[in-house]
Design a protein around this ligand. Sequence first.
Ligand SMILES: Cc1cc2nc3c(=O)[nH]c(=O)nc-3n(C[C@H](O)[C@H](O)[C@H](O)COP(=O)(O)OP(=O)(O)OC[C@H]3O[C@@H](n4cnc5c(N)ncnc54)[C@H](O)[C@@H]3O)c2cc1C
Ligand code: FES
Ligand code: FES
Length: 494
Amino acid sequence: MSHRPIAFHFRGATVEIEGLAPGTTVLQWLREHRRATGTKEGCAEGDCGACMVVIGELDAGRLRLEAVNACIQFLPTLDGKALFTVEDLTTLAGGSLHPVQQALVDAHASQCGFCTPGFVMSLWALYENRVAGVDRDQALDAISGNLCRCTGYRPIVDAALAMHAAPRVTLDRAHVIAALQRLAGLPDLEYTAHGRTFLAPKSLEAFAQARLQHPAARIVAGSTDVGLWVTKQLKDIGDVLYTGGVATLKSIATTGERLEIGAAASLNDAYDALIADHPEWTELKRRFASLPIRNAGTLGGNVANGSPIGDSMPGLIALGASVVLRKGAAERELPMEDFYLAYQKTALEAGEFLRAVRVPRGRNTPVLFRTYKIAKRYEQDISAVCAAFALVLEGGRIAQARVAFGGMAATPKRAPACEAALTGQGWNEATAMRAAAALARDYQPLDDLRASAAYRREVAGQMLIRFWHETGGAREAAVRIEDLAPVAAAGARA
Ligand SMILES: Cc1cc2nc3c(=O)[nH]c(=O)nc-3n(C[C@H](O)[C@H](O)[C@H](O)COP(=O)(O)OP(=O)(O)OC[C@H]3O[C@@H](n4cnc5c(N)ncnc54)[C@H](O)[C@@H]3O)c2cc1C
Ligand code: FES
Ligand code: FES
């Protein structure tokens, strides 16, 4: 570790920062220190997308460009990366409007304009990453983290579909890659200012050592939970130990027996790996927050945060996942359900951290698996209830049942009475009804503004009945919102 300034690529050159508190957000730095006010502040909690910027990172020698919310990213997390804001697009386009911006103008996709720079940056990331053009679904996912309260989304989607039509204006990727390669040669970051230190080791060993030496430091990964403690609860999070510099913590490895997802793998990458084995995760991935939150947030952060309404845990617990915890050079493995001791209390000891999540592989096992989320909105909403069911059938009988719920107790939790009602039975409607009734013995649901306890109890049983309909009953293909075609405008004739 060496004391040095934060260094990153910005506006075509390396910027070095000293003297600013490590808890300064990227948005604060842009607006208050650089006076780069094209990036807006709406909610300061990752919900509205007004603050969208694009981060560039090296990934196996290639440039990875991703939209993230600047309001909840801490400035030192930019070390070794490239930062792009809406002002960069004008430079790229030689002083004119960039094709993304021109497409928004042409589609009348802006009224008050407050949200517009955020949409521009989300769409610019899509424009750079999908050179051959985009479809409606990709456009909708790209803007899933952007709110517009006056224009309406139809013209914005039209602009996204049209932005490739104009002559291409592209980023000089070779220039950015060369800059990032130079930054990669810097030593591990130890940045101190205003009495607080931000540590960003690059190797697993150095991270484990730093964790032992600074057991009170707050581990930060994507800061999509921690960032809000600072911007909304105005908490001082003390010294920080950042996982984002450790490449091995981001790795995802598959063997015949299991999938191992490093704690710092992004939610997007982690869910893609889960989907490869169980496509039933697909809808949950799409409904987990928004694309920029999944770009920044990590699976390890979701699991370690231990929220009772976190979305990944029910499915992982149902599939028999375990957590790999590391302290110094020693590792131990726990079933994920044993990791949660009480409300936001985990089995992590002082000096220990989550290294990886392991998931047994289901390709050769007849597992019927589903995970469902009930929330008030399709995207960018926290669950009222999240359920997961996994059954192993042998000769028409349920040989093994694992059921887990979020939002039904103080922690993500299995449902032993429901599992007992399933195990050994035929997978039929009567079994499903009995098992749904048994859930009443497993949980005293939360009662809060997202949903009443009575609603949660009712909907939990209905989720199990839905599982029966989809996997054992009529095997009806579920009707999903994303599969519904837009209705043709009145008067439009083929
Ligand atoms: C707008 C918005 C929407 C959201 N929507 C959803 C949603 O739909 N579903 C959902 O489940 N969550 C949602 N979240 C919450 C959040 O995005 C997730 O919990 C995310 O996975 C957190 O990951 P992170 O990397 O950002 O964690 P961080 O915020 O960096 O850390 C979270 C916690 O985990 C600890 N931690 C992180 N990594 C480790 C490690 N390796 N070892 C030990 N401790 C560690 C940190 O110390 C902290 O206590 C949302 C958040 C926002 C802002
Ligand atoms: S200001 Fe709303 S997401 Fe950042
Ligand atoms: S144009 Fe006003 S909020 Fe989108």
